[in-house]
Ligand binder design. Structure first.
Ligand code: ADP
Length: 351
C-alpha cells in the first residue's frame, strides 16, 4: 500500500515538473516574440502579458487576477480589450499615441481571449515615403514632358518661322536634358539604396581631383565671375568615382546657389584617421529650419529657383548615400544671406 502511495506521489511529482516545464517554455516563448501579447479571462482579468506588451502598450506586469479596468488607463485600449473578450477580431488597425498597431484577438476555450499587437509604425512610414516618392517622380517627369510635347506640336502644326523654330527646338533640347539628368540621378539613387553599389577602397588624392572638377565647371563659374580657391591636400581611402560624384554635386550646388561675383573655397584638413573636406560658398544660404532636410529626396528650399537652375532635387540624397557607403559623414552649416558650408569626412590614407 505504502509502495503504491509512494509510486503515485512520484508519478504526480513527475507530471507536475513536466507541466511546470511546459509552462516555463511557453512563457519563455511569449517573452521572446516581438509582438505584444495580452491574455484575458472571460470576465476581463489580465492573465498574462509579455515584455513587448509592457513596452509597447505600457501595460504593467499584472498581479494575478487584476481586472483590465484597474490596469489599463488608456480609454481606447481598454475598450479594445473589452471588445476582444466579447467579439474577437483580426487584423484591426489601432493608433496608440504616435504608434500604429495591427491587433488580432482570438477567443480561447473556456472564455477569454488572447490578443497580439504588431507595431507597424515603421512599415506605415515607409509606405508613405514610397507613395510620396512615386508622386514626386511623376510630378518631376510631367513638367518637362508637357513642355516637350507642347513645343513639338506647335512645330508640327503651326510651321513657325525659322527663329521661333530654333527657340522651340532649344527648349525641347533643354527639357530633354533635364529629363535625362533626372533619370540618371534616379538610377544612381536606386542603385545606392538597393545596396547595388559597393565602394572600392582606393587611394584617392583629393587636391588634384578637386582641381580637375573645378576645371570642368570653369565655363559656368567664370560666366558668373565666381572665384575658386583651395587649401590643403590629403590622400583618402575611398572610391575614386564616388569621391568625384560627391564633390561634383557639392561644387555644382555651390555654383548654383551663389550669386555672381561670389566665391567658393575647398579646404582639406587631415584630422588623424579622418580627413575633413569643407566646400564653402558665399551664396544665398539655407534657413536653419531647412538644414536638416536638404539631404531628403526632392527637398528644395525654393523649388522654383532650384528647378530653374537645373537641379533635380536628388543631388544631396545621392551625396549622403555615397559618403556613408565610403565610411564617412556629411553635414551642412549655413548662415542665410552669407553662405553655406558642406562638410564631408573620409578615412585618411596619408596626409
Ligand atoms: P537640387 O538639385 O535642387 O540642387 P540638392 O539635393 O542638390 O537638389 O539640394 C537640395 C536643396 O538644398 C536645394 O534645392 C537647395 O535649396 C539647397 N542647397 C543645396 N546646396 C546649397 C548651397 N550650397 N547653398 C544654398 N542652398 C543649397
Amino acid at each position: 500500500m505504502a509502495a503504491r502511495a509512494l509510486y503515485t506521489r512520484r508519478a504526480y511529482q513527475r507530471r507536475l515538473r513536466s507541466l511546470e516545464g511546459e509552462r516555463d517554455e511557453l512563457q519563455a516563448l511569449i517573452n521572446w516574440i516581438g509582438e505584444a501579447v495580452v491574455a484575458l479571462s472571460g470576465d476581463g482579468k489580465v492573465l498574462r502579458t509579455n515584455p513587448a506588451a509592457v513596452n509597447l502598450l505600457g501595460i504593467p506586469k499584472p498581479a494575478p487576477g487584476v481586472h483590465l479596468g484597474d490596469l489599463i488607463t488608456h480609454p481606447g485600449l481598454r475598450e479594445l480589450l473589452e471588445e476582444a473578450v466579447a467579439n474577437p477580431f483580426s487584423g484591426r488597425d489601432f493608433a496608440l499615441g504616435d504608434r500604429r498597431l495591427v491587433v488580432s484577438a482570438r477567443s480561447v476555450e473556456g472564455g477569454g481571449a488572447v490578443l497580439t499587437f504588431l507595431d507597424v509604425t515603421e512599415v506605415r512610414r515607409l509606405e508613405t515615403v514610397r507613395r510620396d516618392f512615386v508622386a514626386n517622380v511623376s510630378h518631376e517627369l510631367k513638367t518637362p514632358l508637357t513642355s516637350v510635347r507642347g513645343f513639338a506640336e506647335t512645330l508640327l502644326e503651326d510651321d513657325p518661322p525659322e527663329d521661333l523654330r530654333r527657340t522651340f527646338l532649344s527648349s525641347i533640347r533643354a527639357n530633354t536634358l533635364r529629363l535625362q539628368h533626372l533619370v540618371d540621378d534616379l538610377l544612381d539613387l536606386s542603385r545606392l539604396e538597393s545596396g547595388g553599389w559597393i565602394a572600392k577602397e582606393e587611394k584617392v588624392e583629393l587636391g588634384p581631383a578637386m582641381r580637375d572638377l573645378w576645371d570642368s565647371f570653369q565655363e559656368t563659374a567664370s560666366a558668373g565671375g565666381l572665384d575658386f580657391s583651395m587649401e590643403g591636400d590629403a590622400t583618402v581611402f575611398a572610391d575614386r568615382q564616388g569621391v568625384v560624384q560627391v564633390f561634383r554635386n557639392l561644387i555644382a550646388n555651390a555654383i548654383r546657389y551663389t550669386p555672381d561675383g561670389g566665391s567658393i573655397k575647398v579646404e582639406i584638413r587631415v584630422e588623424g584617421p579622418v580627413t575633413k573636406v569643407e566646400v564653402r560658398d558665399t551664396g544665398i544660404g539655407i534657413p536653419a529650419s531647412a538644414l536638416p532636410r536638404v539631404f531628403e529626396r526632392f527637398f528644395r528650399v525654393d523649388p522654383h529657383r532650384a528647378r530653374a537652375k537645373g537641379g533635380t532635387g536628388l543631388g544631396l540624397a545621392i551625396v549622403r548615400h555615397l559618403v556613408r557607403a565610403m565610411g564617412g559623414k556629411v553635414w551642412a552649416e549655413s548662415e542665410p544671406g552669407k553662405g553655406t558650408s558642406f562638410f564631408v569626412t573620409l578615412p585618411t590614407a596619408s596626409p
